[in-house]
Ligand binder design. Structure first.
Ligand code: FES
Length: 129
């Protein structure tokens, strides 16, 4: 678990990755990394498993924004993918992780998503909401 200036945290991450087997590192950032260009983003179909309803998330909006607008009880705080408040289970589909909260192993498992920033690599996600 590392917290501090970004170059320091980057160095700790690199050292942890170089130690074999790689050690998990959780970073505590106080600001999101600069937004990446995501020119290939498309509309995502998000199914809410508990209600059975489906919403469409256009490329210029976050999953969280659309769900909250539709009245879904999704708690958020930072809305930058760093606090973990909006952590949601993924039941189907492949998340496109854009957060700084989940560990690499957790991201690779594809069972959780931070819908305030992350999207999908598949056209459809089913969330445990
Ligand atoms: Fe903080 Fe989503 S609201 S990670």
């Amino acid at each position: 678990y590392v917290c501090g200036p970004r170059p320091f945290m980057d160095m700790v991450g690199e050292l942890a990755a170089a130690s074999g087997p790689a050690l998990p590192v959780h970073r505590e950032d106080f600001a999101a990394l600069p937004a990446q260009a995501h020119a290939g983003d498309g509309t995502i179909e998000v199914e809410l498993a508990r209600s059975g309803s489906t919403v469409l998330v256009p490329p210029d909006r976050t999953i969280a924004d659309v769900l909250i607008e539709r009245g879904v009880a999704l708690e958020t705080s930072c809305e930058q993918g760093i606090c973990g408040t909006c952590l949601t289970r993924v039941l189907a589909g492949v998340p496109d992780h854009r957060d700084e909260f989940l560990l690499e192993d957790e991201q690779n498992a594809g069972e959780l998503i931070l819908p305030c920033v992350s999207r999908a690599k598949t056209a459809r996600l089913v969330l445990d909401l």
